[in-house]
Design a protein around this ligand. Structure first.
Ligand SMILES: *Cc1c(COP(=O)(O)O)cnc(C)c1O
Length: 467
């Protein structure tokens, strides 16, 4: 009987033998036995499939490098830092506001151990977690009281659910907005158990329209800041003080959803004007809602300020318990709000404001510093030119108003149609992914938000380009 020729696959080492090699010892120490065995099995399976298909059988060294690569991949956290060079400063998909150091430190401290989250150190008994921010919010906005929830969408839902469950909410037809896909005023009303009563027309709404819409089943009147679009031309909206007075006469709460709600006058920095919660409170709104992570520059949260009576009712709603903020959010928000006590140093300390007010010269300077390294990294592959570009605030704040900026326009030499996309993919594949935007035939990197350009430059050598 002739002996069967041994299969080339028998040359593959066993899991046990690989585990005993010297190179695996440090992998075991770093990633743990279960992960390493898992990665070895995957690498061996791959080698077996390839071997069966007639490809050469990899030696132990090659198998171990596959194992190492796989383990390194698995060890990367899913949520990672990226460079936001899209030109949109408050980019919802990229996490909106970057927190100031003061807030980062406060979050770390709150996360590390026990804290007086809902505990009065003076009295030695239970307290309300809102207390860590309520007095600050009142001080800054001029409102009697305040409360916070997970985001502004939650704040709006909570208002509707508290004051208008099973009731009607008159709102102007010109303000039935959609913000980024899932937040639409008519849908939020339905889901909160309210009936939307459309008032006026798309371009013009008058006080009489509201007066006619208010009846015995009105739960609340709501005004929504149309943050992400502008109605121009033959338009009319009711001034807030008039609407506040009408609501007071009819004994129905008047709420304003401001969306972004900046706590300072942005015009002093040459930025587009945004309405402030302070104005809304002064105009007589009973309740004002705004986001913590838009222009305010803090953590994701929804802030509600207003009269003592109305805030007390909100706090009694069981929905508030379901929407409450965690200790890390409270720590961060409290730290950010404390920075607002010194408005003069805010521009230096709050990253959102720092990015929005960064001088044209400074952005040009950063661009010029990055330019040579970028040209080197893309040598023979793409042309790199300094270009004027336009940033925007983002998160719905006046997208029609652009802020002049500078960046790099990268144009692949091979204009095959897919070259631009593979260039963008190569930048996303860097250790700290770089996110830019495609504009015409160029991949544009807006340098407004680049703070640490030396580390940005350093990682450019890792760029893997495909011709
Ligand atoms: C952004 C925005 C919201 C939603 O706020 P989130 O904090 O993203 O939940 C609601 N209303 C208006 C007017 C907005 O601009």
């Amino acid at each position: 009987m002739t002996q069967k020729k041994p299969s080339p696959l028998s040359a593959l080492p066993s899991v046990d033998r690989l585990l005993k090699t010297a190179d695996v010892a440090h992998l075991l120490a770093e990633y743990g036995r279960i992960s390493v065995i898992h990665a070895i099995r995957i690498a061996l399976a791959k080698a077996r499939t390839e071997g069966t298909a007639g490809k050469p059988i990899p030696d132990t060294k090659v198998i171990l490098s596959t194992v190492t690569e796989h383990l390194a991949q698995l060890a990367l956290p899913s949520l990672r830092p990226v460079h936001n060079l899209t030109g949109t400063v408050l980019h919802t998909n990229l996490g909106r506001a970057a927190l100031p150091e003061e807030a980062i430190k406060a979050v770390a401290e709150a996360a590390r151990g026990a804290s007086n989250l809902e505990y009065s150190i003076d009295e030695g008994n239970r307290s309300d977690r809102d207390e860590h921010v309520e007095a600050l919010l009142s001080e800054i906005t001029g409102a009697e009281a305040a409360t916070i929830v997970n985001n502004n969408a939650a704040a709006v839902m909570l208002l509707l659910n508290t004051f208008a469950l099973g009731k009607e909410v008159p709102t102007s037809r010109g303000e039935l907005i959609e913000i980024g896909g899932s937040f639409r005023i008519p849908d939020i009303m339905t889901q909160s158990g309210c009936t939307l009563v459309e008032v006026g027309t798309t371009n013009r709404t008058h006080l009489e329209d509201y007066a006619k819409a208010i009846g015995s089943n009105t739960g609340m009147v709501m005004k929504v800041h149309t943050s992400n679009y502008v109605v121009e031309g033959f338009t009319a909206e009711v001034p807030e003080p008039d609407l506040a007075e009408l609501c007071r006469k009819n004994s129905v709460p008047f709420a304003i959803d401001l969306g972004s709600g900046t706590l300072i006058d942005l015009e002093q920095f040459g930025l587009p004007r945004e309405p402030t919660p302070m104005e809304a409170v002064k105009y007589g709104a009973d309740l004002v809602t705004f986001s913590g992570d838009k222009l305010l520059g803090g953590p994701q949260s929804g802030i509600i300020v207003g009269s003592k009576k109305h805030i007390a009712l909100i706090k009694k709603n069981p929905m508030k318990r379901a929407l409450r903020c965690d200790k890390m959010t409270i720590a961060a928000l409290s730290a950010v709000l404390r920075l607002y006590r010194d408005p003069d140093s805010l521009v230096d300390r709050l990253p959102t404001l720092r990015a929005l007010t960064r001088s044209a010269d400074e952005i040009k300077d950063v661009t010029a510093r990055v330019m040579p390294a970028m040209a080197d990294a893309l040598e023979g592959f793409a042309n790199v030119i300094q270009t004027a570009c336009e940033s925007q605030i983002g998160s719905g704040a006046l997208p029609t108003r652009k802020i002049a900026s500078t960046g790099l326009a990268i144009k692949p030499k091979n204009n095959s149609g897919t070259a631009l996309n593979s260039l963008a993919a190569a930048f996303r594949a860097l250790p700290v992914p770089v996110i830019g935007r495609l504009q015409g035939d160029a991949f544009v990197l807006d340098m407004r938000c680049l703070e640490d350009h030396p580390s940005f430059i350093k990682q450019l050598s890792a760029l893997k380009l495909q011709q």
